[in-house]
Every structure is written in C-alpha cells, then in structure tokens.
Design a binder for this molecule. Structure first.
Ligand code: AMP
Ligand code: ZN
Length: 468
C-alpha cells in the first residue's frame, strides 16, 4: 500500500508500527451544526482508507472523536466557542445541541454507507485524559501560564510547524487582529482555559490550573494516545488542519511523550468546493446530505460522485456532476441485474483469468494512494466486458465493492424483492380464480401489466415475463 504522507510531501510505502495491524485516528465532527457535504468528503475518505487497508489484509482499529467542547470559531483560539454559540442561538443547552447533531451526523454516516469507526469518543468524556496529558507537557517545561490560561510555548519545540512547512517568522505577535495578547508567540496555543473569555461557558471542570475547559487540539492528542498508544500509524483530516490543528497536535503529543514521530503517516483530503466558493459550517447556507435527499438523490449518488475524484484533488460540487453520478450508478445497477439474471452460482473464488486481472488492477489502483477514479474505471471495464463469465464478473464486482461501498448487492436484492412480490400476486390471482372471483383475478393481471409484467397461463402453471 502506498500513501501520500503530508509529513514528507510524497507518496511513501505504508508500513505499520506493528506488523499486520493499523492504528488510525480520523478527526471527527464538531457537533454544533449538521455536517455539510464538504465535511462528509473527509469521512468518506477515512472510510475508503480503512476499507482499503482491510482489503489489503490489515487489521485496522479506527478511532474517531466527537468534539463537544473547546472548539473556537478560529482554530487559533480566536472567536467564539462553536458549541456555546450554537446553543445560545437555538435556546438549548450545549449537551442538547451536541446530542442532536451527533445523532444527525451518524445518520448521515450510515446513509453514505460509511462503516462506523471501532471507537467513537466524545471530548467531554475524556477530560481526565486531557488533564493528565497536559500535566506531562507541563512537567517537560513546554508551557507557560498567562492571563488565566495555560499555553503551549512553541519556542520550546524546535520541530514546530515542520509538517505544514510553516514560515513562523512571517507572523509577528499581535500582527493580526484578534490575536490573544497573552501569547508570547502568535503560534502558541491554549492547552487549558481557566479564565473563560465567554461568560456563559457551559461546561467547566476542575484542573490543576483552575476550573475551566480544554483547548481543542489537546482532545485529539489525548484520545488518540489513549486508544492507539503513544506512537501510531495514520492520522487524517481535511487539508485545513495541516497548519494549525495537526501541527499543534504533533507538538503537544511529542512534547508530552518525548517520542518522535508521534504518527507515521498524515493523510489529508482536499476540499469540496461550490461553484460560488468555499463551503463553511459556521456561516451557514451550506448543503447537507438531507438537501440532496430532498432533491431526489440517493446518498450513494453522492458517495459515487466523491469517489469519481481523487481525495487529494479539489472537487467542485454541482448538481450536473451529481446527475452524472446518479446515471452512472443506475447503469451499474442495471448491469448487475442483467448479470445476476444469467449467473447461476456466484463463486467464492474468482477463477476466470480476465476477472482476476480486473481485480488485480483494481487493487493496484486502490493501493496506489487510494485512486478511486482508476478503481471505478476497473469496475466499469469489468462490467462492460462480455467475455467475462457473468458469475465471475459479479463475484469480482462484489469484491471491489468491499472497498467502494456502493452497495452493489442491493441491485440483486431489489430484483429478488420484485420477483417475490410478483410471485405473491400470481399466487393471489390463482387463488382468486379457484374461488371463481374472476374480477379480482383480472384486476391483479391488469395491475401487473401496468408494471410491465405479462402473465401467461401455460399447462405447467402461470409464468411471467417482463416487458420493461
Ligand atoms: P469540522 O466538523 O468543522 O471540525 O470539520 C470536519 C472535517 O471536515 C475536518 O476533517 C475538516 O478538515 C473537513 N472539512 C471541512 N470543510 C471541508 C470541505 N469543504 N471539503 C472537505 N473537507 C472539509
Ligand atoms: Zn483533531
């Protein structure tokens, strides 16, 4: 498996810390609003990554956090607390807001056929771990206390900003409006807030630095270390996290443990953009999965649309492109149904040489930095190739779908459901005829005809054929 590693800015061969197993942490949602379809691109990327690793034979432990405290509107400790602001606007408590949007988030995840992470951890349930980690950072002399908050001093960590290739000298303290005056360096960041800048901070905890709440970055370090250990394999998020959030996570984790590198591979997805520009969760006016569903799309149309682009290229959302994805998915389902009609028995092991070759090319595409566009091209090649025996083609397509997650088997299930509905109606019609209720029998025949199903009475019983 080869992955682009933001740490080295190149595609590198992936090898895990411990042979055969992969510890993977993907930054999860801040639950103050619905996820927009841009956020969902990040989680589809994480899903493809976990599925690809499992397909390649790794045993993956996927951890995702849910941020329900400490995330300010500016990642650099500026602005309002996102949760508190949302709760105030909605006249609800922070916990009510968190619960509502967490439920909505996982409903979206399920509808996109994203497998649930193995561990889902809430920030508010890991305050103890965060305090313990901050204590270690403090004991190693990476902190200072100013204006009621505990800060991370980046000058004590010479490798600060390496991943993001940040040019620290470009930014002078106080150069930007809104920079916290307590900071010795504008890149310093809060580990623990005690003197809240928000009067109505809803959730506060006791700590060695006073009653308060954690900074946003510390939660990801504390929870990933808790579930994956002090050094693990992969950490992922959107590219917006490279410069601040992930940079700070690296600094504080390595400062606490003294171990480098904390994480071996950093995987960042590019943004989904609208033709009118950036999509933002805090400014509202964004598109959610429900928006697409209300417009008549299947969530998997959106999944297909995302897979048609590579995760490291910016993707422009448009309804035209989504229509294209919907049509492509429909053609795939139609073809799967035709194959299922002809296939007698779907083999466990794929033996046909050509099917094997398509599958190998598919695997190579996925293992080459998750190239889903090329992987989809292999699926199409397979489905269009009439020289592959139907059962073999189906088996190979279903195997590919373990990574793609497009629910290709549903096309067959749908067909089976239609058949069983027809069989049931035929039985009802036969019973009606037997009971000399010819009006009812004719009604059933007519109803089926409107669905394109023609019944023929033969000496061996009723047979049906589709004229659709
Ligand atoms: P948030 O809930 O705001 O913390 O964001 C959740 C995830 O979505 C993060 O990994 C972000 O980097 C990512 N993200 C935010 N906006 C976009 C976008 N427009 N396209 C792709 N990923 C995004
Ligand atoms: Zn994070």
């Amino acid at each position: 498996m080869f992955l682009y590693n933001t740490l080295g800015r190149e595609i590198q061969e992936f090898t895990p810390v411990t042979a055969g197993t992969v510890g993977f942490y993907g930054c999860g949602p801040t639950v103050y609003n619905y996820a927009h379809i841009g956020n969902l691109r990040a989680y589809v990327t994480h899903d493809i990554l976990t599925r690809a690793l499992r397909y390649a034979g790794y045993d993956v432990k996927h951890v995702m956090n849910v941020t329900d405290v400490g995330h300010l509107s500016g990642d650099n400790d500026e602005g309002d607390d996102k949760m508190v602001k949302s709760a105030d606007e909605r006249g609800k408590s922070v916990l009510e807001v968190a619960e509502f949007y967490t439920t909505a988030f996982f409903a979206d995840i399920d509808r996109l056929n994203i497998r649930r992470p193995d561990v889902i951890c809430k920030a508010t349930e890991h305050i103890e771990e965060m305090i313990a980690l901050i204590k270690r950072i403090e004991a190693n002399s990476f902190t200072y206390f100013a204006g009621g908050n505990l800060y991370f001093d980046i000058t004590k960590f010479p490798a600060y900003g390496e991943m993001g290739r940040l040019h620290l000298e470009e930014q002078k303290a106080g150069a930007r409006t809104g920079v916290d005056e307590n900071k010795r360096n504008p890149h310093d960041f809060v580990l623990w807030f005690t003197k809240s800048k928000f009067e109505n901070q809803a959730l506060v905890w006791d700590s060695p630095w006073g009653r308060g709440y954690p900074g946003w970055h510390i939660e990801c370090s504390a929870m990933s270390i808790k579930y994956l250990g002090e050094q693990f394999d992969i950490h992922a998020g959107g590219i917006d996290h490279i410069g601040i959030h992930h940079t700070n996570e690296i600094a504080q984790s390595e400062a606490a443990t003294g171990k480098r590198p904390w994480v071996k591979f950093w995987v960042h997805n590019e943004f989904l953009v609208l033709d009118r520009g950036k999509m933002s969760k805090s400014t509202g006016g964004f598109i959610t999965l429900q928006t697409l569903i209300d417009a008549g799309y299947d969530p998997l149309d959106y999944r297909y649309f995302l897979l048609s682009g590579h995760y490291r290229t910016q993707l422009q959302f448009s309804y035209e492109a989504l229509n294209g994805a919907r049509n492509a998915r429909k053609s795939i389902s139609d073809r799967i149904r035709v194959l299922a009609d002809k296939a007698v028995h779907i083999p466990e092991r794929i033996a046909d040489e050509k099917a094997v070759a398509y599958l190998a090319a598919f695997k190579a595409a996925i293992e080459n930095d998750l190239s889903t566009p090329r992987a989809l091209a292999e699926l199409w090649g397979l489905l269009k190739d009439n020289s592959v025996p139907e059962a073999e083609a189906l088996a190979a397509a279903f195997s590919m779908d373990e990574v793609l997650g497009l629910k290709l088997k549903d096309a067959v299930k749908e067909k089976e459901k239609i058949s069983s509905d027809i069989e049931r109606l035929i039985a009802e019609r036969t019973a009606a005829k037997k009971a000399k209720d010819f009006a009812k029998a004719d009604k059933i025949r007519a109803a089926l005809k409107t669905q394109g199903i023609i019944l023929e009475d033969t000496p061996n019983g009723v047979v049906w054929r589709s004229i659709g």
